[in-house]
Design a protein around this ligand. Structure first.
Ligand code: HEM
Ligand code: HEM
Length: 177
């Protein structure tokens, strides 16, 4: 047995907190239809979508900083060249998603005349200025499509991690636990 070189405690915490926030962002928007249009509860669910997404965006920066500073712990036994390349491509896509999707959402919300409220207050942040960047329908469609595409990319990433563990028996997943 070798000792598993894990991601730092902060990197692991940020990875799993971000996962929970992404799940919350998806759940809140997918199930908003369960709440009556115009109700306070529905408004709160939509605000939850906004803030979960924005928090994800904020957390990407410390993640990228830690990665630049600490690097990536080696996988034992080391995967092949092609596997490593594929994994890197998916990680780049995931980071791009975490950076772009919340901003796209913010611009969409602004174009749609939606308010972004400071949590637990009725104070709206001045996001209207972002509303003129593109037409609402285009933005909504793009934001939704990116959201749907990343169900698959995130699924691929998760399945790969589990297959590494279960079939290949390497420490890819243990490094993140
Ligand atoms: C990880 C971040 C995010 C993910 C995964 C995500 C995903 C999604 C998805 C899948 C939809 C389409 C739901 C549907 O109609 O079927 C949606 C809608 C929407 N999102 Fe996001 N979103 C994120 C962040 C944000 C942020 C930060 C904001 C605003 C501050 C935002 C604003 C919106 C708005 C306004 C809609 C509704 C568009 C409409 O009414 O059709 N999103 N989001
Ligand atoms: C919203 C969902 C997720 C997102 C956005 C996400 C994002 C990421 C990103 C960006 C990295 C790269 C870390 C680096 O810089 O090296 C990563 C690594 C990793 N993730 Fe996720 N992840 C998600 C869900 C999951 C799930 C569900 C699992 C496990 C079942 C998982 C397991 C891992 C593992 C094992 C690594 C390390 C991979 C390696 O170093 O080769 N992730 N994740």
């Amino acid at each position: 047995m070798h000792a598993t070189a894990r991601y730092s405690r902060a990197q692991r915490a940020l990875h799993w907190i971000s996962l929970l926030l992404v799940v919350l962002a998806y759940l809140s928007i997918e199930f908003r239809g369960e709440f009556e249009r115009g109700s306070a509860l529905r408004a709160a669910v939509v605000q939850t979508h906004f803030w979960a997404g924005l928090l994800v965006w904020l957390l990407v920066w410390p993640r990228l900083w830690l990665r630049a500073k600490l690097g990536v712990p080696p996988i034992t036994p080391a995967p092949g060249r092609l596997t490593a390349l594929g994994a890197s491509a998916v990680h780049v896509a995931l980071y791009a998603f975490l950076l772009a999707q919340p901003l796209l959402g913010l611009v969409t919300a602004a174009a749609d005349g939606k308010e972004l409220l400071i949590p637990f207050t009725s104070i709206a942040l001045p996001i209207q200025a972002l509303g003129g960047l593109a037409d609402v329908e285009t933005l909504e469609e793009l934001h939704e499509t990116v959201g749907n595409v990343f169900y698959f990319v995130i699924g691929l990433h998760a399945v790969a991690a589990i297959l590494h563990h279960a079939l290949r028996g390497d420490d890819t997943l243990r490094r993140m636990l």
